[in-house]
Design a binder for this molecule. Sequence first.
Ligand code: AHZ
Length: 312
Amino acid sequence: PIAVREVNLPVKKNLGVKPAANGQTKTLTEMEDNWESFTFSPIRESQVSRAMTRRYFADLDNYAESDIVIVGAGSCGLSTAYELAKKRPDLKIAIIEAGVAPGGGAWLGGQLFSAMVMRKPAEAFLNDLGVPYEDEGDFVVVKHAALFTSTLLSKVLSFPNIKLFNATAVEDLITRPNPTASDPNAVRIAGVVTNWTLVSMHHDDQSCMDPNTINAPLVISTTGHDGPFGAFSVKRLVSMQQLEKLGGMRGLDMRTAEDAIVKRTREVVKGLIVGGMELSEVDGANRMGPTFGAMALSGVKAAEEALRIVDE
Ligand code: AHZ
């Protein structure tokens, strides 16, 4: 059984930075019409550096032992994080996102079009988030994908038990021996190996810069389908001989793809749940193109699977 550790988050504390002696608090109305006499409160550059780095290093320290690591902050990873943090404030959840901007492919509906389509019954997730939509019968339409993603992201980031490390790539998985009767070389996943994404991208032309690590009894990988960064964890499972081969994502079939992704969201190897489009590479499932209901509900299912394992 996985021990659920006590969450000890230091982020809310005042980390020793004293407020400026003449720190001012004004309303916007008080500022209006007084721009001639306007000044900001004083600051010294080192205060800005310390305000950021103290918190970041406190987070690195705190989340070095996490309860759950989510790899990838696309629509599936963020939905997973939202469900987990909402249900379980006692769990420490780290999200590792390779890009500077979290959100993956969910800032636009498809091609360069703004609207985001979700097939029913995924509108239940929108209702829970409070994202408005137009009802078109069997599906709903959010007027801009960015409205969905920014709302989800702001809620996820507001949870005190979640830390998003962006511009950070997972470049390997931590493993422990977990021999079974059928496979003496089987492993369980026990965390992730991370590096600044810019470093990960330059291992070939820079001298060795070793990575960092996060221990966690459970990792949820939602890195999308294959691409420069995509399908990261499942490709690594093949190269470390924990999966024989990948099924390879099949062509687009909206009718079958979304049901398949939600139903197949599961623990693929002990300690590693896979969700979203990364799953299509494992099982050889179809892609669905620009309909996002399966990403939200795969996130809901990944969270449910995770809590079942955590509580085992
Ligand atoms: O940057 C990636 C993206 O934000 C991130 N990521 C990938 N590899 C990573 C790594 N370390 C850290 N090694 C990594 N982060 O994972 C995120 C994946 O988001 P996504 O939007 O690509 O995937 P998703 O499964 O959440 O959503 C898929 C959306 C798609 S693709 C599709 C189709 O092609 O038909 N249809 C839909 C709805």
